[in-house]
Design a protein around this ligand. Sequence first.
Ligand code: S3P
Length: 176
Amino acid sequence: MQRNIILIGFMGTGKSTIGRNLSRTFGYPLLDTDQLIEENQKTTIPELFAQRGESTFRDLETQTLQSLHNHSGHIIATGGGIIERPENRPLLRQLGYVVWLIAKPAEILKRTSRNTNRPLLNHDDPARTIKELLATRTPHYRDTAHLSIETDQLSFDEVTAGIIESARYHFGRQEE
Ligand code: S3P
């Protein structure tokens, strides 16, 4: 396993914010798979979904993950659907210590309703989509993660501190 920390979890669970916090505290540069896709394709995620469809986006997500396989010493934030493609799950685990951020559906709805940059939730009934996607994705998050954290009752700093302690322990054990 490479020495990276990978953040997985549903939209709105704080992967980007926690990623930035971890990057600062751990001293590892932050990479974000959505951002890498946007940079490489010179477009935005909503435009990519609208013009080329979700399936093309998922192909690009897998390619991005594969392109990271030589990386070490990074914090890697991922898009909420990255665990959907079965081939991505072992790739994520090979890439590093995988941390699953969990939040309740109501909290996810609150956090994601603040902007419109998530095509999957940009319609009349995002609460229903959140419920349905959580039902299909939760087993995959669970199977892929080394560590899971319920974030609802914790501050971003508390979540960050918990991840750092666990990751240090995990990486330390690898070197024994
Ligand atoms: C998606 C989550 C988004 C982004 C895309 C699809 C998903 O990332 O990859 O809109 O399928 O859950 P965030 O989880 O960072 O919002």
